[in-house]
Ligand binder design. Structure first.
Ligand SMILES: [Zn+2]
Length: 168
């Protein structure tokens, strides 16, 4: 199994975020628009892996392309796949496999939960809630979604990596 999953979410300009993911074998980067509450969708999607629904889907709007993340829980592991569709307004109901597979990896759920929580906390530390809202305009920082995923990760994953003190 590929090891060393890394993930980063960077507010790269007003209304845009750069999303990077890599597993030591391949990396992928998307520039995501504020048309959707993208960071909240990501946090809710990963948090969903701790519930009864083992497949989670959410999409980032790349204006106009769609980047659809599909997370399939398999025991303590997760298959992560990112599919691209050329036009988000047209592909909303399209099957996953109609989109081009841009990146995929199998990872322990604990690692995915950990890096997503850490990335979101970094965003909050760097910008604060006011700074985030100023850049993401349409949506506030998803405080509750971050707290929820952090709680699930700490409670259920037995993660041995260090964790920052929760912010806020
Ligand atoms: Zn952790």
């Amino acid at each position: 199994m590929a090891d060393g999953l890394r993930f980063d979410w960077e507010l790269s300009g007003s209304g845009w975020a750069t999303c990077r993911i890599g597993d030591g074998i391949a990396q992928w980067k998307d520039v995501v628009s504020y048309c959707t509450d993208a960071l909240a969708d990501l946090l809710h999607g990963v948090a969903g892996l701790y519930g009864p629904t083992p497949v989670q889907r959410f999409s980032f709007d790349l204006e106009p392309a769609e980047a659809r993340w599909v997370l399939r829980g398999r025991g303590s592991d997760v298959d992560i796949a990112i599919h691209h569709f050329p036009d988000m307004s047209a592909s909303f109901d399209a099957p996953d496999l109609d989109g081009a597979l841009r990146w995929s990896s199998a990872q322990p759920r604990t690692r995915l939960g950990h890096v997503v929580v850490e990335a979101a906390q970094s965003v909050l530390r760097l910008h604060g809630e006011d700074g985030y809202r100023a850049k993401w305009v349409q949506h506030p920082f998803p405080v509750a979604a971050l707290q929820d995923l952090r709680r699930l990760h700490l409670r259920h994953d037995g993660c041995a990596l260090p964790h920052d003190v929760a912010t806020p």
